[in-house]
Each structure stands twice: as structure tokens, then as C-alpha cells.
Design a protein around this ligand. Structure first.
Ligand code: RB5
Length: 150
């Protein structure tokens, strides 16, 4: 499994923790920036970079961080084919994969402590999509996207 990581300044420290955690599990990561917490940068840039990497299959999944996890997820979700879930608890992390087949996870550094954030990441990467009736619903999301992108 190869995971693309991205953040703005508000999510930089959490992204570093996630990168170290994934590397400790021998999971390959690709870092799409930003590279420090001091310089204020615009989260849409990094949400789009990771989303593009997921869609082009340069990575299997993406994990992004900003202050709340919200802005960078909104940007990522504008890329067709991306299902980026903002998650703050372990149950939702599992369900976002099992039922929604989320291909990106978004976390808020100013929302979550390190311990919970890493538990969420662990739950998310270790949960599979259940398919069946959930495939129909996920396909319906794609249909909405297709309809509005014409
Ligand atoms: C940056 O200050 C902050 O707005 C950003 O990290 C994020 O929380 C936006 O959704």
C-alpha cells in the first residue's frame, strides 16, 4: 500500500506524526507538502495535489491534514472520483471505508490529539470496503458527480 500525504501549515505537525507512524508500519508514503508549520499556505493546493495523485494511481490512498480537516477535504472532494472523509472518531474511520469506500481521509490537527489521530489512521488503513449494497450507493455518488460535471 502506498499513501500520499498532504497538509497546510495548520496540519503540518500531525502529518509528520502520521508519516512516522506509517513508515514504522513499513507503509510507503509520498509527501506532497507543505513542508513547515510556520509559513501560512493555502490548503486547496495540497488537497488537490494529493487527490490528483490518488486519481492518477500514483498512490493507493491519500491522507490530508489541516487545522480542522474540513477545508482540505472540501478541496480534495472537488476532484472527480475522490471520496475524502473528514473523521474525528475510530468508528467513523472504519465506516468511511467499509460503507463509503473513502479513498482519502482528512484529519484536523487542531481537533484531534496525536493518539486518537493515529488510531483513526490505523482503523482506516485496516478496513476494507464491504461492497454489495454499498457499491450501489457509492456508484450513485459518482452518478451525481457525472451529472453535474457535464
Ligand atoms: C488555516 O488557518 C486553517 O483555516 C486551515 O488549516 C483549515 O482549518 C481550514 O479548513
Amino acid at each position: 500500500m502506498k499513501i500520499g500525504l498532504g497538509c497546510d501549515h495548520g496540519g503540518y505537525n500531525l502529518k509528520l506524526e502520521i508519516m512516522r507512524y506509517l513508515e514504522s508500519k513499513n507503509i510507503e508514503v509520498v509527501d506532497y507538502g507543505t513542508n513547515n508549520a510556520e509559513e501560512s499556505v493555502d490548503y486547496p493546493i495540497f488537497g488537490e495535489k494529493v487527490a490528483d495523485a490518488v486519481i492518477s494511481k500514483d498512490v493507493d490512498y491519500g491522507i490530508v491534514c489541516c487545522g480542522t480537516g474540513i477545508g482540505i477535504s472540501l478541496a480534495a472532494n472537488k476532484v472527480p472520483g475522490i471520496r475524502c472523509a473528514v473523521v474525528s472518531d475510530v468508528f467513523s474511520a472504519k465506516m468511511s471505508k467499509a460503507h463509503n469506500n473513502a479513498n482519502m481521509l482528512s484529519l484536523g490537527e487542531r481537533v484531534l490529539g496525536r493518539g486518537l489521530a493515529l488510531e483513526i489512521v490505523d482503523a482506516w488503513i485496516n478496513t476494507d470496503f464491504e461492497g454489495d449494497r454499498h457499491s450501489r450507493r457509492v456508484n450513485m455518488i459518482t452518478d451525481i458527480e457525472d451529472k453535474h460535471n457535464k
